[in-house]
Design a protein around this ligand. Sequence first.
Ligand SMILES: Cc1cc2nc3c(=O)[nH]c(=O)nc-3n(C[C@H](O)[C@H](O)[C@H](O)COP(=O)(O)OP(=O)(O)OC[C@H]3O[C@@H](n4cnc5c(N)ncnc54)[C@H](O)[C@@H]3O)c2cc1C
Length: 320
Amino acid sequence: MIKNYDVIIVGGGPAGSSAARKLVRGGKKVLILDKYSFPRLKLCAGWITPETVRDLELDFTSYPGGIKKYNKLHFYIKGIHIPLPTTQYSIRRYELDDYLLRNSGADFELHKVKEIVNHKGKFVIDDLYESEYLIGAGGTNCPVYHTFFKEINPRAYDDEITTIEEEFPYDWKDPECRLWFMENKLTGYSWYVPKENGFLNVGIGGTLNGMKKNGMTIRDHWKLFTEKLNKKGLVTDYDFHARGYSYFLRKRVNTVRAGNALIVGDAVGLATLDMGEGIGPSVKSGLLAAESILNGTPYSVDSIPKYSIPGIIFPFLRKK
Ligand SMILES: Cc1cc2nc3c(=O)[nH]c(=O)nc-3n(C[C@H](O)[C@H](O)[C@H](O)COP(=O)(O)OP(=O)(O)OC[C@H]3O[C@@H](n4cnc5c(N)ncnc54)[C@H](O)[C@@H]3O)c2cc1C
């Protein structure tokens, strides 16, 4: 028998679980569908701002995962070291997403969404699930985006960020978060992000277009970066098995709602133009989408900031 819900959310990342938490509190019957069981691997450096901590209502005393606090971010721009005093945090997505999903209060089913049809005013998913509202929180390849928004909200392929990274247990000695910008002509940056409980995340992100222009691939940049980590003694004697993923910066956003279908997070493409920060904007969009469903108000992402650190040099932003 088909299962009926007020709202179905495709994708259990921060965008989906934030929307779910608010909708459940508002009295809605909510189902989250995800193609993976949680906890699951999500490629992400796991840097979050104090604002995101607030939006997520993360209570450090009861959060079961590790949260590392930084009092500075160390920027390196063309070899110049700029220590920026600021309070920032890192988490492991493996832990955070599982925690948020469990705390959302929504029902969860392990299911890879393939077909979505609109039948007599209801969304029907793979002939198994049905709802009045549908939220697409499936990230870059979200099926809700592909079914209802691809034509009306085309991706800004100029602003596709390609990344490669690895998170692994490592007995790091340097506890600082370090970010190297525009090295080897990369339109982007590489990072060294130590985490609590003996984990480390290192990676690189940059615009695909920029790399093509310079005749380099992300793997070429990765090779140079890992050699540098080794030379600096930051990561030594480690056999990397890095993986890649791509997502979109915040550029063209025509519409985020089509009837009762709404898209949030990476399904929209909301990562900040300077730092490629996507968790905070995803959470904010999830909360705004939920508010729109609960109060019948318009849903817009216009209030979500486009920059993480206004006033600092922007590696991803370039003149068109
Ligand atoms: C290497 C890398 C490093 C990053 N570092 C940072 C950082 O340090 N800080 C930051 O703020 N942002 C960072 N980002 C961006 C951030 O990870 C994303 O913006 C954020 O995860 C988006 O959240 P989301 O909930 O929209 O999507 P996701 O977290 O991608 O969740 C989408 C979910 O949808 C599910 N799904 C997809 N398709 C289907 C389907 N057909 N059926 C069912 N389920 C489906 C997936 O399994 C997944 O669980 C980084 C991104 C990358 C790639």
